[in-house]
Write a protein that binds this ligand. Structure first.
Ligand code: FAD
Ligand code: DHB
Length: 394
């Protein structure tokens, strides 16, 4: 079999790329190792930047998002038992974010692709990519108990952090940059109304907490926990008590979250990672396949979307007029934005979490930084600019 573009991975990056290429009239096949239900229900990100919202609309996948997504104009920071709101539109010339879960983005993209797109194969596990530096790379995969090959003009590795496509980039040209953090997140879904109209990011002596949401009746809540924590150590009452303690402010004595049944609980480790370059020969890497950020600041899904917007433009130009200039600049174009998001995610993570080894001096520095965001319009604007996301370069 042959196709123009083989897309490995049917997460948000691979599915969005498939839709953008479909709209541009470029043939593509998506190979996804898991089944449809698994991909659609995997609980992950919840915040979309303006550029991601625009890309989903451009891909024709904006209808339900525009009906059900919730626009947010800011976030609240809590520290030193005080609350401070960061208002995005006034600090960024009108930029906002949208709350619309990754699970819903994926469901919308899968439905569209199955309705009128090119092939999207579930339970098709890619084992290797060969011929990256030739004009006909080959994807080797296993589907329905048999080995298959797919020859193509380009391979885009959208296969996440544990993906195999990056191995097609020879070790001699591949560099990786990494940082692992000494804490994890316990993430829960609760059938309880959101704590507040916007997200709350809290620094406390007991560690970080984040109150987010999935809908007007479902909360998504996170607590910093030690690495290696077993979610079984966290019965529901302990989770609610800890959220109450970490989110407490002096101005609202006795304030407590509204409790409800907790329907999912998991522990997520945190890591920063970049693989360079993001292109080698006819193989391109996009999304988590090329870079990981710790989740504080909600950049992971948004970076993945931005990468594939750039891939789609580059491949569209290549098939429309034969120009490979955008393919040649792909890696540099994306990496500049990736490193900005890497720094922002690192900044948010290390400013808000309690490192188990940190000294009282380190804590004072964190509080001083948070104070600066509250008192200086420049510091607040920098946070708002990064949080709402940088534009995707033309
Ligand atoms: P993925 O979503 O990882 O998709 C990759 C796809 O490739 C998967 O469907 C996988 O099954 C498939 N695949 C892998 N290997 C193969 C293979 N060999 N053959 C075929 N298919 C393959 N970001 C935030 O902003 N906020 C959050 O709260 C947040 N929480 C997260 C929680 C977890 C547990 C994780 C892992 C990530 C979280 N992220 C979060 C990050 C965000 O979800 C990712 O950045 C986003 O999913 C990246 O999309 P992607 O398509 O690049 O990769
Ligand atoms: C969510 C996750 C994040 O990492 C974040 O910074 C904000 C919100 C969420 O899952 O809703």
């Amino acid at each position: 079999d042959h196709t123009s573009v083989a897309i490995v991975g049917g997460g948000p990056a691979g599915l969005l790329l498939a839709r953008l290429l479909h709209r541009a009239g470029v043939d593509a096949v998506v190979l996804e190792s898991r089944d449809r239900a698994y991909v659609e229900c995997r609980q992950r990100a919840g915040i979309l930047e303006q550029a991601t919202v625009d890309a989903l609309r451009e891909a024709g996948a904006g209808a339900r998002m525009d009906r059900e997504g919730i626009t947010h104009d800011g976030i609240e920071l809590r520290f030193d038992r005080r609350a401070h709101r960061v208002d995005f539109p006034s600090l960024t010339g009108g930029r906002r974010v949208m709350v619309y879960a990754q699970t819903e983005v994926v469901k919308d993209l899968v439905a569209l692709q199955l309705a009128d797109g090119g092939p999207l194969l579930f339970e098709a596990e890619v084992r290797a990519v060969t011929g990256a530096d030739t004009e006909r790379p080959v994807v080797h995969y296993r589907h329905e108990g048999r080995d298959h090959t797919l020859s193509c003009d380009y391979v885009v590795g959208c296969d996440g952090f544990h993906g195999v496509v990056k191995r097609a980039v020879p070790e001699a040209v591949r560099s990786t940059y990494e940082r692992v953090y000494p804490y994890s997140w316990l993430g829960v879904l609760a059938e309880a109304p959101p704590v507040y109209d916007e997200l709350i990011y809290a620094h406390s002596e007991r560690g970080f907490a984040l109150a987010s949401m999935r809908s007007p009746s479902v909360s998504r809540l996170y607590l910093q926990v030690p690495n290696g924590t077993d979610p079984g150590e966290w019965p529901d009452a302990r989770i609610w008590d800890e959220l109450d303690a970490r989110l407490a402010v002096d101005a609202e004595p006795g304030w407590k979250l509204e409790r409800g049944p907790i329907t999912a609980k998991s522990v997520l480790p945190m890591r920063s990672h970049v693989t360079e370059p993001m292109r080698y020969g006819r193989v391109l890497l996009a999304g988590d396949a090329a870079h990981i950020v710790p989740p504080t600041g909600a950049k992971g899904l948004n970076l993945a979307a931005a990468d594939v917007v750039v891939v789609a433009r580059a491949l569209t130009a290549r098939y429309r007029d034969g120009s490979t200039a955008l393919l040649d600049s792909y890696s540099d174009t994306c990496l500049r934005r990736v490193w900005r998001a890497e720094h922002f995610s690192y900044f948010m993570t290390t400013t808000l979490h309690a490192d188990p080894e940190q000294s009282p001096f380190d804590t004072r520095l964190q509080l001083s930084q948070l104070e600066q965001v509250s008192n200086s319009r420049h510091a607040a604007a920098e946070l708002a600019e990064n949080y709402t996301g940088l534009p995707i370069p033309d």
